[in-house]
Write a protein that binds this ligand. Sequence first.
Ligand code: CU
Length: 350
Amino acid sequence: MGDKQDEKPGQAHAGISRRDLLRSGVAGAVGLAAGAGALAGSRLGNDAPTLSGAGSAHDPGLAGAKGDVDPEGFDATAFLKNFDYGSVSTLPSGQIQREYEITAVDREIEVAPGVYFAAWTYNGTVPGPTIRCTEGDRLKVNFTNAGSHPHTIHFHGIHAAEMDGVFEIVEPGQSFVYEFDAAPMGFHLYHCHAIPLKRHVHKGLYGAFIIDPREGRPEANEMLMLMNGFDTNFDGDNEVYAVNTVAFHYQKHPIEIEQGELVRVYLGNMTEFDVLNSFHLHGNFFRLYRTGTDLERYEFTDTVMLCQGERAVLEFTYDYPGKYMFHAHQSEFAELGWSGIFDVKPPTLV
Ligand SMILES: [Cu+2]
């Protein structure tokens, strides 16, 4: 934060700052598309598309705005609804047990077309798998560190100190079993807690952890969105922002929802370096259930800001068909990748 506050307009970082990228890439009304172009140039010293030709208000056809990341590497559309319920068994006591296998691996990920980031991952993706269970389930998480650095998994929630994933550092090649009962119901997170913490978090070791209430929530079209950012040039500042890692993915591939249906977004923030991130919904308001721990009380708003580690359950229904944006209401983040579109379709007639 400090280095950003000290940064004067027009002042260059060692290397290139995201504002330099923004200035060269963003132009007036085509800012969002051009922002993608700016991103493409942020991977310096490789064969990524460059910024040549960027900056014309009449030429939104910038390199990074075209094409896509390789879906074989990470499919952000599929990830939205990819909930991992684990291997289920029933313990002698009658308690449901869910067992998960999580392995830390170093992996280069594509955060925008041609923009790669040397990540540390859980199971090869950033975010890691979305762990989902019901309140009261016994969770058994078999963690193996196949990465190059010491790691842990620190789960948010209520559990014993030795299961907190802070002091029990798991060295490369070692394993650890986290075992605890799922509580409280709500929307939580998990992340590495090895030090330096900000490096281990920012490198990509985090994921969502949903504990459903025993009585369930009303049926809805559910999806997971973790807001994140990537420092692609190691200057302590993010050059790329997104929900679920891939810049502009849901703008290029709008999320289809149905007019009149209940939509539920599990929204969390794991952005490093920036104090806050935010979510703004167009053409609508949502019910905001903070941490998802109360089924009754909510705020009714169209914008929410969350600090790192904070999360909320958002519920809304669109009354009118059409395309509606959602994006960070830090305009800079939106222009560096954190924006998407809901494509509201009229209900299909049966
Ligand atoms: Cu770590």
